[in-house]
Design a protein around this ligand. Structure first.
Ligand code: HEC
Ligand code: HEC
Length: 210
């Protein structure tokens, strides 16, 4: 993978070795969990707050454990396409997956910010009230404060540029195993019907929520 050679190849090799090791055990040691969490943070930010590199690395802090586990599983099964996260996730044992999801749930850094502020009010209206016949209030599933529940992800404090990319590319990245529809199908028609301007407004609004 060309990506690996760009992304800290030495660190990657060490972590892959550690992960293979962890998989042999039924539970996860504090030491292995720490090593793995540190590795995730090289991309997702030291407090899981997200990071802007050549493209946005999503915030994981405060994320719903069920959603986080679902996505790691989706990367492994290639229902969700992303070459970086396939490599990261397919070496994780079920016990490690669960432990990581709990680790990130408990982090609560300030949002990274950086979104334009000129359409925040419009974004808030879309989020709380929806828009037209086809766009239901986002809050009805993601919660009034955008913290999510269970399989419904937290969106509060998420990088606006990450949200824009996900909503724009939904059909190409999520639910890629057409024979086995997953939770991404719930979001598909909504992502499809949002206009570019609506996506930008709601993404900016969400990115500042604590
Ligand atoms: C080399 C960089 C890199 C490393 C290391 C990395 N990630 Fe990621 N991760 C990414 C990128 C890039 C994305 C965004 C993928 C996309 O755009 O769909 C992502 C996405 C995710 C998502 C989906 C988030 C969402 O909101 O849907 C989860 C969950 C995740 N990573 C967990 C982890 C965990 C846990 C680790 C450590 C075991 C980890 N990542 C390590 C780069 C990385
Ligand atoms: C009917 C319930 C429902 C509604 C309404 C809804 N969503 Fe979602 N949304 C979901 C589910 C479920 C997921 C997780 C999909 C998956 O598992 O891949 C999701 C995922 C997302 C994601 C991807 C998060 C990530 O970290 O990758 C974004 C962004 C998002 N929704 C934004 C919105 C916005 C903006 C609105 C309002 C315009 C909205 N959603 C309305 C159910 C809903």
């Amino acid at each position: 993978m060309s990506f690996q050679s760009v992304w800290l190849p030495a660190a990657f090799a060490i972590v892959v070795t550690a992960a293979v090791h962890a998989e042999e055990k039924a539970t996860v040691s504090t030491q292995d969990l720490r090593a793995k969490t540190d590795y995730c943070k090289t991309c997702h930010g030291v407090a899981g707050q997200g990071f802007r590199g050549s493209f946005p690395m999503p915030r994981l802090a405060g994320q719903q454990p069920e959603y986080l586990e679902n996505q790691l599983q989706a990367f492994v099964e290639r229902r969700r396409t992303n070459p970086v996260m396939f490599n990261v996730a397919h070496v994780l044992s079920p016990a490690m997956l669960k432990a990581l999801a709990e680790e990130f749930r408990d982090l609560n850094p300030k949002p990274l910010g950086g979104a334009p502020k000129d359409h925040l009010a419009e974004g808030k209206t879309i989020y709380l009230e929806g828009a037209g016949a086809n766009i239901p209030p986002c809050a009805s599933c993601h919660g009034p404060d955008a913290k999510g529940t269970d399989a419904f992800p937290r969106l509060a404090g998420q990088l606006h540029d990450y949200i824009i990319r996900k909503l724009t590319n939904w059909d190409k990245e999520r639910g890629q195993d057409k024979a086995n529809p997953d939770t991404s199908a719930i979001m598909q028609p909504i992502a499809h019907d949002l206009s570019e301007a609506q996506i930008k407004a709601v993404a900016a609004y969400l990115s500042y929520l604590e």
